[in-house]
Write a protein that binds this ligand. Sequence first.
Ligand code: ZN
Length: 369
Amino acid sequence: MNELGIQCGYFDGQSAAEQSISVEFMMDGLVFQVPGGGLVSWSYDQLRLISLQRNNGHMTLGWAEDDAVRMRIKNREAGEQLFRLAPHLKADRPEKGVMKPVMVSGAIVAILAMIYFSYPVFRQAIIMSLPDSWAQEIGNTLAQVSIGKAASCTDPQGLIALQTLTDRLTKGVAMPYELDIRVIDAPIVNAFAAPGGQVVLFRGLLDEAQSIDEVAGVLGHELGHVKHRHPLKRVIDIYGFELLLTSLGGNFGGYSSMLLMMSYSRDDEREADETSLSLLKDAHISGDGYADFFERLEEKQSFLPDVMNFLSTHPLPEEREQTIRERDDVGPTTPALNKSEWHALRNICGSAGRKLDDWDLQDEEIINI
Ligand SMILES: [Zn+2]
């Protein structure tokens, strides 16, 4: 083995947390111990360069055999050594030849920004015209910083149940992005959608829900945000188009927890609720569970004041509950998942029936369903 072990970051594609690994540069590939797993080798020809920060030489690598995993090399010398061992990566390197497109992107972004903020009528058209890859890159990174060190839940039966629920809700529905839906092991009654098709449900939501139809309503609501590209719109409203440029450099410092703090306009929330009801209806799932969820939020308001500050910008839960209760009759319905599937989903973090005693919400961890 080469004596050079380089400390790098590792993202396993399941959890949002960056794990620390020691990577050895061998003749034909990078060798390292997967956290909690065995020794693996990423051969040089299977590597691709996802991003390179010119200011400090930090690079993010992908691996052809598993598109979800990422390695972050945070050492300029190690990066230069890697370019010598895997010269094909240079083709992706943003140096002279690539500077021009980046600058052109900057000019385009500046023009888009001017039109976007000066002429609101064009906003939706501009949002629709942005490349999906931008939205996905921004979404991946923002979701990661919002989730922090909390792990994704991976119980196999739970994952199947989550997929079953998602498939049922989205059957025949055109979504703008490929969906990536996860449950995060944190005792927060919350869910959010990130730009680019990511939806995150927190384990506290599953623990708190009294029926699978409540979860289906909340998931349908987040899918509504995805369908209408609300997260991307909101991110740009708040942070401007510079974020798109920043994302090209792979540097998202300072945007921590942004998705958790982000609240949509009332119109967007209503639109997401309407979409949820329409998805529930098409899937022959009752909307009563979704209404029940808001009814209980109203009750909790009295003893969970910190959690409810999102109400100042959202439509009131009373109003949302009423709208849902007044919807059209949807005909015969069945529960969103059968009993054993619902049990599996609740157990996706290995935490069935866990109480929320440890619910310790910080001020910024507001509900933004
Ligand atoms: Zn919402």
